[in-house]
Design a protein around this ligand. Structure first.
Ligand code: 5GP
Length: 108
């Protein structure tokens, strides 16, 4: 069964995209924990951070670079923000398609 994020990537579920390129896309989290809460999601299906391989190193760098650019567009680069990946149960992961959280717009 594909995850909800795979369905968003395949445009089977309509979502307002903040950014898209050939490797990833970004959209607002549906349950934001701060005024800005954006998910940066690779198009490649990788269930957890544990499943990363050598060949994914550039992809992970690309996600972080994309998050940095979005933070600038959203005017939170100077006030600051948090970037994180959750992994598995204790990490609080609920969707098993890796995604980078970009959270800001308030003091965390
Ligand atoms: P995780 O806990 O796996 O790191 O993060 C999953 C995130 O995806 C959660 O913050 C949750 O609010 C968000 N989310 C879950 N389902 C959807 C959805 O259908 N659309 C959007 N935009 N976000 C979702």
């Amino acid at each position: 069964m594909s995850t909800i994020f795979k369905q968003i990537i395949d445009k089977k579920i309509e979502t307002n995209l903040i950014y898209e390129d050939k490797l990833c896309l970004a959209f607002n989290d549906k349950n934001p924990i701060a005024p800005i809460h954006i998910l940066i999601v690779p198009k490649k299906e990788i269930p957890t951070i544990n499943d990363l391989t050598e060949e994914d190193k550039n992809l992970i760098g690309h996600l972080i670079f994309t998050a940095k650019n979005i933070a600038k567009e959203k005017n939170i680069e100077e006030t600051g923000y948090r970037l994180f990946f959750n992994c598995n149960e204790d990490g609080g992961q609920t969707i098993f398609h890796i995604h980078l959280h970009l959270v800001g717009g308030k003091k965390l």
